[in-house]
Design a protein around this ligand. Sequence first.
Ligand SMILES: [Zn+2]
Length: 334
Amino acid sequence: MTETRFDALIPDEEAAINYFFNIRFPDGLYCLKCGAKSRVYRYQNRPKICRCKNCDNTFSIFKDTIFEKSKSPIREWFRVMRRFINDMYGFTSMSLHRDQGMTKKAAWRRLMQFRIAMANEEEPEIFSGTVEADETFVGGKGQRYPKSRSTGLYLPKEKRKKGRGTDNTAVFGIKERDSRHVHAQVMPHESSVKGREKRLSGPQLEAMIDESCEKGITVMSDDYKGYIHLDKEERVQLWLLDDEEPPPRYKHHTVNHKAKRFTAGTTKDGEVIHTNGIEGFWSLLKGTFDTYRKTPDPKYMQRYIDEVCFRQNTLTIRGTQEEFDLLLKQCVLV
Ligand SMILES: [Zn+2]
């Protein structure tokens, strides 16, 4: 949404409150406590506040939203939100602090609230067709200029560790080819049987794919060994008859990235085997971190990833009123 359009649509605070009201209650006002639709009224002189005569309850239309505890005008929130979703790579809370004159902490918290809303999809999407799966590693203290443990000197570029084996945060992502939608998640360390901490283990990756994809679809990945069980038979086959062959869990194709190959021919259905789509998403992710000048704290990493996923998944409606309304809807947290 352009700034001109925003100003025309939401000229003042009252308009902002009414705009949100229409987004939250498209089918008419109901009580947030008992759900009653009749005998619920909005105060004329306090447009944020409603009263239900069934359960004798007074509530704000911003109850259970990211705006609930805020004392700032709601139109200010909307203005920042409009700007935040229009930018492909986001902007920093410092820029917001300088731009709007709010404290650094308030600016940071406001952007974090938007990220919470961005992750708050109504229903998580289940991917079908063909998906690309890949993992990447981001951040890590001193990653850009690591020192040698033995000599204490900066390591030359070719000796710096990359990927697995470093302390960087592991992120796993799946991209659906047709819709170009992405689901990405920080992968936590999990203790393995031998007591050593492990991450990106086969079961961990599989659980994530199971969670966000339909069974039996085509998965393309690199040749990392964590994926090798994807097309193996189910371990539990209780429901199968003795002579019945279990279907493969996923149709799995790999690209040998170590050999600097980035495509591996085509599948039987004529689809090119590659993972360039999800690789493109990683560059969007890293581009966003460049905006923030440093990789976010691992504690908040998932929030930033949620932001980039939202930007990717709303690519076709980028900068429209539809996108603004969608995020506004997601600001309701229950
Ligand atoms: Zn009620």
